[in-house]
Design a protein around this ligand. Structure first.
Ligand SMILES: Nc1ncnc2c1ncn2[C@@H]1O[C@H](COP(=O)(O)OP(=O)(O)OP(=O)(O)O)[C@@H](O)[C@H]1O
Length: 383
């Protein structure tokens, strides 16, 4: 039998997995009405040919920022098309377009003025972008709303000049999305003053809200009777602990279903959810470690070695052992602590400052926060 046919015919508890995919935008977004209405309240100006104010959406990962924005986008596009208005809304993820040049080139491309993705000067791209806003023969202006998702990525990578250009182009409104409340530290005061954005906050979902979200999606995705309300509430409770992340809740549900399929079970139980949790956590940490820059991997490896030797890891001890491992490639003491901070932000380690008693100053103690085996596995193929 053809192996694909065999797999295709395998018994499954899923109706379809499509609705558990991160990219799927549901018809309704429970518990996000307030935020969607806030976005709409600002964007509605465009219907009267007024450029909407710039807005910024904040909230932790999986709190529905992207979905709510795309939902509002679709609605505005519908009404703009009914009324024959020249309103364009372009969505860009700044992990895909992470420089001013790339963002402007992509916008020009989308708006019908192709610009090569490299080779032109920045001034040429800026001018071409601005030329899109000259009135057309009917004297009609285009209003453009640019959604910059994960805006912190472009600000860190390329500075704030994209905001400078966009805020200084008539008829352009920026909607920025960020997971980090403090992303504005990357914006210079001059640009900040022209941004003058309104802020919309996306709080984490609580367990009851996550359960509502999961209920709708599980009805679409699983065959009848496969998912009990106990399983849904368990996924919701675990995800509520993980900072109210709906993406995580959906991942838990999907992975639990896949585990049930793997062993041929006819329904999902809480043990599968437990196993799904471990699998997701494991994969997440593994991916983070594998994609770390090599210098940071060395620091992590040093911390792992010291942990295995049951040593207390002070800053001095870490630097000493790190130098032995990295040899001539070793970075400065200061740089090493930038890496330590970054590893801490990723949740791979934690640091704790303790006082050694009067007159003996304070010491930084570093503790590993992930499995040593996982680090070994992730680093085994490194060069
Ligand atoms: N209120 C909701 N109702 C239904 N599904 C939701 C809701 N909020 C989020 N989701 C789902 O959770 C997942 C993550 O949502 P989304 O991408 O909008 O979050 P985000 O805040 O933009 O996250 P990130 O910052 O990590 O990109 C998506 O699959 C989305 O469909």
């Amino acid at each position: 039998m053809n192996i694909f046919q065999k797999l295709d015919e395998k018994e499954t508890i899923f109706k379809t997995k499509e609705y558990l995919d991160h990219r799927f935008i549901p018809e309704t977004l429970p518990h996000r009405n307030e935020q969607i209405e806030s976005i709409a309240k600002y964007w509605v100006e465009a219907l009267n040919n007024i450029t909407p104010p710039d807005i910024t959406l904040y909230g932790k990962t999986g709190t529905g920022k992207t979905s709510a924005t795309l939902y509002a986008k679709k609605q505005l596009e519908e009404i703009a098309s009914e009324r024959n208005l020249n309103i364009r809304i372009e969505y860009l993820r700044c992990t895909d377009f992470n420089t001013e040049y790339q963002i402007l080139a992509q916008l020009c491309q989308k708006l019908g003025k192709p610009v090569p993705f490299r080779g032109w000067t920045k001034a040429e791209v800026v001018n071409t972008f601005r030329s899109l806003f000259t009135k057309n023969v009917l004297g009609k202006d285009m209003i453009l709303i640019v959604i910059l998702d994960e805006i912190d990525v472009v600000l860190k990578n390329d500075g704030d000049s994209i905001l400078y250009t966009l805020t200084r182009t008539d008829n352009v409104a920026i909607t920025s999305i960020s997971n980090y409340v403090d992303f504005k530290k990357f914006i210079k005061p001059k640009v900040k003053s022209s941004l003058r954005d309104r802020e919309i906050v996306f709080p984490p979902y609580n367990a009851a809200q996550l359960q509502d979200i999961l209920k709708e999606r599980s009805q679409l995705s699983f065959k009848e009777g496969v998912i009990s309300s106990g399983v849904l509430s368990y996924c919701a409770a675990l995800a509520a602990k993980e900072e109210g992340d709906a993406r995580y809740a959906l991942d838990l549900l999907k992975t639990s279903g896949e585990i049930a399929d793997e062993i041929g079970a006819s329904e999902v139980n809480r043990n599968f959810v437990e196993e799904a949790k471990d699998r997701i956590e494991h994969n997440k940490i593994y991916d983070v470690i594998v994609t770390l820059p090599i210098q940071q991997q060395r620091v992590l490896e040093t911390i792992k070695d010291l942990t295995e030797k049951k040593k207390e890891i002070t800053s001095g001890k870490l630097y000493e052992s790190y130098q032995k491992l990295a040899k001539s490639d070793a970075v400065s003491y200061r740089r090493l602590f930038d890496f330590v901070n970054e590893l801490e932000m990723l949740g791979l380690i934690s640091t704790n400052t303790i006082s050694r008693g009067r007159g003996r100053g304070r010491t930084n103690i570093i503790t590993l926060q992930c499995d040593t085996d996982l680090i070994d596995k992730a680093l085994q193929f490194k060069t």
